[in-house]
Design a protein around this ligand. Structure first.
Ligand SMILES: NC(=O)c1ccc[n+]([C@@H]2O[C@H](COP(=O)([O-])OP(=O)(O)OC[C@H]3O[C@@H](n4cnc5c(N)ncnc54)[C@H](OP(=O)(O)O)[C@@H]3O)[C@@H](O)[C@H]2O)c1
Length: 298
């Protein structure tokens, strides 16, 4: 490990637990927060993913989305991840965010298919904002893809951070090339307790180039819940996890290279459950190994 990487990990460890007041949860409460490597800004480590769940814009879905967003904020979260291609999700958020709270309470991440001004303008209009916090190039698949235009937008104040995303192992080679060359502020990648390829390939490089990591598909699109249906939490996990969601998310947060997890949900109660993964202790290295073995044995 280089001294830069060591320093980076120490900073992340110091920023991992951050006291939060005013939540009505008791004065000893702490939330897992992670520093964005390129800026040091602290981000609550559990956010909200919006693929599929907000596909169709109507009054009912806007109200549910506003409830989910209020829960996110009430329980100490900030990060909302969406994309220009998630059906009506940006539009739903554009209505639900102002219904829930002021724009500056949220850390808004969206994704574009290409560095195209018309696509950017469409996303900003649908999200009812003039700037996003994180602008990501969606589904990187060619090693030569450039973030030059995204960096220009960052300079112009359209976004505060730039990033890339992928959830396809076949594209990891391209992701690695773009990460190494462009050194974005963030990489968003598929990572779950039963899908850990990135521990060897993407996370070490992200730490090296100082990119924050957002974990897409933290439940494998719900696959992990289906695998444990009807089962109770193992007794050895109950002092750090109160639910299967927290078990799955805390495994990911147990890796300090992970900046935030972004589980998708259409249910405010599930949002609250997921945000519970920011509370209490995280599993240590030995417990994380045991979690992997447990899920392998299902
Ligand atoms: N290429 C990319 O950049 C890319 C690709 C895919 C995804 N993503 C991002 O990653 C996010 C997460 O992925 P995802 O939403 O597809 O899958 P996911 O987060 O792995 O799983 C979502 C599923 O888990 C269920 N769930 C959530 N919380 C739960 C809880 N506490 N208890 C029980 N069930 C729960 C949801 O059902 P309920 O609705 O009933 O809660 C939904 O069926 C996306 O929303 C998107 O923002 C990015």
């Amino acid at each position: 490990m280089t001294s830069m990487t060591r320093r980076h990990f120490s900073a992340l460890a110091a920023a991992a637990l951050w006291p939060l007041s005013g939540l009505g949860q008791g004065k000893d409460d702490t939330l897992v927060m992670r520093a964005i490597p390129s800026s040091g800004e602290r981000l609550p480590a559990v956010g909200l993913g919006t693929a599929v769940v907000f596909n169709n814009d109507d009054a009912k879905i806007r109200e549910t989305a506003a409830q989910i967003l209020r829960t996110l904020l009430d329980k100490g979260g900030r990060l909302v991840d969406t994309a220009s291609t998630y059906g009506d999700a940006e539009l739903v958020l554009g209505h639900a965010m102002p219904a829930a709270a002021s724009r500056d309470k949220f850390f808004v991440a969206t994704k574009l298919e290409s560095p195209d001004s018309a696509e950017l303008e469409r996303s900003l209009t649908r999200l009812a904002t003039r700037r996003v916090d994180l602008l990501q190039l969606h589904n990187v698949r060619h090693p030569e893809q450039s973030l030059a235009q995204f960096r220009t937008w960052k300079t112009q104040g359209v976004c505060r951070y730039v990033g890339i995303t992928s959830t396809s192992e076949r594209a990891y080679g391209a992701v690695e090339s773009v990460l190494r060359r462009e050194k974005p502020d963030f990489v968003q990648i598929d990572y779950s307790l039963d899908n850990r390829e990135v521990e060897e390939r993407i996370l070490p490089l992200a730490a090296e180039v100082r990119a924050g990591v957002l974990t897409a598909l933290p439940f494998g699109r719900g696959r992990l819940f289906r695998a444990v249906r009807g089962k109770s939490l193992p007794e050895w996990s109950t002092d750090f996890a109160e639910s299967w969601a927290q078990f799955f998310l805390k495994y990911l947060l147990g890796d300090e290279r992970v900046t935030a997890v972004i589980p998708g949900t259409s249910d405010p109660a599930h949002m609250a459950d997921n945000l519970g993964a920011m509370r209490g202790r995280l599993p240590d290295a030995a417990e994380r190994k045991r979690m992997v073995a447990f899920v392998r044995g299902l």
